[in-house]
Design a protein around this ligand. Structure first.
Ligand SMILES: NC(=O)c1ccc[n+]([C@@H]2O[C@H](COP(=O)([O-])OP(=O)(O)OC[C@H]3O[C@@H](n4cnc5c(N)ncnc54)[C@H](O)[C@@H]3O)[C@@H](O)[C@H]2O)c1
Length: 379
């Protein structure tokens, strides 16, 4: 892979304890590529945000929901009062159960959760759901092979998960779908009296973060972010050191998400299909929780301390475009034409007693300078 990824940077400041810096290899998107100024985009997305917010938990979630209904920074930064009738959930517990019945929606990353559940004696995968029926079937087969019991299978339409959440007797629903589905799925799950375990990040807008908080408090259901990085061996080691006071009083921490996503973002048939859009439209830190989660725990953020404000800066978007520009398809139209014209030309040759038939140069002379295709190029 040529070239090093350029870094964009987001900094999150907590003045009472620390400055947390978080770098993200994902570069800001080039709005100009779509002839959309940032201002007009924000305006458009603000309107889209109003729509998404009014739709609430509805299935009509906007494909991109980059802005909350409240457009001013001052408004959006306000802590919203707890609506009457809601109770805090910070001490919410669960009645012990001999068996925890689990459902999983989204069976790519979600297969990791299926396998994890199969490794826990008291967990049982009772339902699986994916837009692509073959993925749901495959997950069911894995479960059946492992436990001798086939989970209920839901698939084929993008709203079929609603039926699963409605009908099945489930304790917890794992949500491992594209980002735009996280909030509608989690809200409905909690409304139906089930715990929602959401892949990272939980939500894309501040409004949606509040919707998760309010619904969890109102329904008294757990809403858990599946931030696996908090459970890495290194992270747990450092957490333990912090708790033991080895560092003294923490005043500064840095965290990062270093992941070369160029391959992922241009992949087809998986995460790239939907994740690419966010990178094209949003200029900020699109994947904050892997870096932030463990460090927030070291600092006791949310438990004795709090995030106060953030500043965010992005470097110029270069690498993603360079990468895209370097990665042409393995074939161009001239190949399509040159390889296909043999049909007619061979028929004509046969009909004239196998006389030669000239083949047109569809490249119009470009063949002389075109480099070989990258198919067999060494990395
Ligand atoms: N924690 C981690 O380390 C980690 C790693 C990878 C992905 N993720 C997160 O997991 C989530 C999924 O990522 P992925 O890589 O599996 O994406 P993906 O696009 O490869 O897979 C998503 C799956 O969800 C299915 N799906 C889409 N819409 C659906 C709907 N309406 N109903 C049912 N199924 C639907 C798709 O068919 C697909 O099988 C994302 O939130 C991502 O950020 C987290």
């Amino acid at each position: 892979m040529k070239g090093k990824p350029k870094l964009s940077c987001a900094r999150i400041c907590n003045p009472t304890t620390a400055t947390i810096e978080s770098w993200d290899t994902m570069n800001k998107s080039s709005l100009s590529r779509r002839s959309l100024s940032r201002r007009s985009f924000l305006k458009a997305s603000a309107l889209a945000g109003v729509g998404a917010s009014l739709a609430g938990a509805s299935k009509a979630a906007a494909p991109l929901a980059p802005s909350s209904a409240l457009t001013s920074v001052a408004e959006i930064s306000q802590t919203r009062p707890r609506p009457a009738g809601q109770k805090p959930v910070h001490e919410l517990t669960t009645k012990p159960r001999a068996r925890v019945r689990v459902a999983v929606i989204g069976l790519h990353r979600g297969m990791a959760h299926v396998h994890a559940c199969l490794g826990i004696e008291f967990a049982e995968v009772v339902a699986v759901c994916d837009l692509v029926p073959a993925r749901a079937d495959q997950a069911a087969e894995v479960c059946e092979k492992n436990r001798g019991h086939r989970p209920a299978v839901y698939g084929g339409t993008e709203n079929i998960w609603e039926q699963m959440v409605e009908r099945e007797v489930i304790d917890a629903v794992y949500i491992a779908t594209p980002w735009r589905w996280h909030v509608p799925m989690a809200l409905r799950t909690m409304e139906r009296g089930k715990s929602a375990f959401i892949e990272v990040a939980a939500a894309l807008t501040v409004d949606d973060c509040w919707a998760l908080v309010d619904t969890s408090e109102r329904t008294q259901q757990h809403c858990v972010l599946l931030e696996n990085c908090c459970y890495g061996e290194d992270e747990l080691f450092v957490l333990n050191l912090a708790r033991e006071g080895v560092f003294g009083r923490l005043t500064h921490a840095e965290c990062a998400y270093l992941h070369d996503l160029r391959g992922v973002l241009f992949s087809l048939g998986s995460e790239g299909d939907w994740r690419r859009d966010y990178h094209e439209h949003l200029n900020g830190n699109l994947y904050p929780t892997h870096g932030l989660g463990p460090v927030a725990q070291y600092l006791g953020v949310g438990r004795g301390d709090q995030f106060k404000f953030l500043v965010s800066t992005s470097s110029a978007e270069i690498s993603l475009t360079e990468y895209r520009d370097q990665h042409q398809p393995d074939s161009v139209v001239y190949d399509a034409a040159a390889w296909s014209c043999f049909i007619e030309l061979s028929v004509r040759s046969v009909s004239t007693g196998s006389l030669p038939v000239n083949i047109p140069d569809f490249t119009r002379g470009l063949w002389k300078t075109m480099p070989p295709l990258g198919i067999a190029e060494k990395a």
